[in-house]
Write a protein that binds this ligand. Sequence first.
Ligand code: ARG
Length: 601
Amino acid sequence: MAGRATCASSPPFNFYHRPFPTVLHYLIERRLQETVTAVCPSADTSQILVRPCVNSQFGDYQSNALMGLAKQKKMNPRRLAESVKERLDVGDYCEAVEIAGAGFLNFRLKNSAVVEVLKGACRGEHLFLQKSGKPRTIVIDFSSPNVAKPMHVGHIRSTILGDCLARTFRFMGHRVITDNHLGDWGTQFGKLLVGWRRHLDPAALAADPIGEMERLYRLVNEACDSEAEVLESARQELVKLQKGDPDNLAIWQKMIALSREQFDAIYGRLGVQFDFCLGESYYNPRLKSVVDQLVEAGMARESEGAMVVFFEDISELKAHPAIILKSDGAANYTTTDLATLLYRVETWRPDEIIYVTDARQQLHFKQVFTIFRRWQPQARPRLAHVWFGTILGEDGKPFKTRSGAIIKLADLLDEAEERAYQVVTAKNPELDEERRREIARIVGIGAIKYADLLPNRQSDYVFSWDKMLALNGNTAPYLLYAYTRIRSIFRRLSESSEAVYQLAEAADRPWSLTVVEEVVLAKHLLNLGLVLEAVSEEYRPNYLCNYLYELAGHFARFYETCPVLKAGGDERFQRLALCDLTSQVLQMGLGILGIETTDQM
Ligand code: ARG
């Protein structure tokens, strides 16, 4: 994958060979759980967790679990903490454990333990990550644009977020199946067919296929409002398509092919790939059986000519029954999603299915998940709707062009690259044009992705070119620049006569982490695994963004305080290794966000 570290000096990773634990906090957690079991045999140890300390003054990790346990068992929390502490043996990894407040346990890592983990990373045994012991199969449904319509900024979040989640899960060792649930079926095709037959401009279609199809749709859609004949023709064309009329099918297929070409061009630019692209139409043959089964199971009944599922016993859905067959006999988005869900469960046997769409589809997925659970109670996958907020313009309204039109994704990417080109040129006028263009591509696309992944996904965010392209601040350009600065240390090193440095060799030398900035940087590296777990648990890549931003900050402070190339002997090796590992983690982290790196900026 793109995030694979490529430092010439680093040996390939082997995640499975781990003489010393990669993730110290797990080890502390496990020992704590064992000790709690010894002290209180009936305790549910799955609740006994160890997490990073919010305030490093108190230590590196903390557990607040004993207070909850004490409450549950009607024990004195402080006394429980003391008896656990007495028996707890984490001396290999931690300084003396401290009890704070009502019963918090605080752990501070021993530098010697931190060094052992770093040395493992130097030897290429891990990069601060322990792959999941039990790989899960995870289906991710994302992007899913609609045929004959341009992908707009609303689809960008689904595409970027979904791709990042796919990369995260893959990276952690899970089996990921990505599926682009293309909107390639529905009543809009009646109007599109009328437009195609009556008003098609072949030259315009060749030049800008989606633009032309969009024009046809608008034209006919407007005509339908005033002319009953046009509306009737659209209805007839739709019926013919649904019945399999070969001419209409051929036109419909052409529309899909042309749309997919344009979508694929964008996916290519974004570096996004799908394992499957089974659009809505793929499920047409399965819709009738879904309706029949739901009726047979007594879950759907007739209401005003339609087949409807009611949720009388669920307060949030009570007022929102779901139609699964309209009164004209047509199935809809809900029916299609139920058929899709069953297909995925039967075909891929996933442990988890994730849908990435905007906030407006929350009700839809609540209905779909609820119906599915009742209909297929034995089906095991965890179902998650990962929803996100709206992208706003600087005026605080949904992001549009100046003239109020929808912004097309392709135009947005062009502009990002162009603006990044200005930034790169200002910074590096001596680089040749082609190189500057290539760097601008990486920076521009990276900036858009990062700006999208950084905010809490459930909040709206304001799209600001100046903010996302700033070289200072929590941005992709800042992180990419931090990465190039570290790589330039190694460039200088290889140009100098003292080019004796091998990352693996740093593992054989004695280390001493004496300067605070070194210790802070080293301990931050150790937390990568925890952060990725939080990302995958809550589907929130912003945790990784912030982790990387903090990493770059810790690195900058380390580099200001600690001479690297001017240091000598073991100290020089150790600091070069810290630089090297930091650049590997930055590169890997950006890779998981779907952002490429460059050695020069
Ligand atoms: N095509 C839909 C849209 O643009 C998104 C589909 C999401 N996936 C799903 N299985 N419903 O709004």
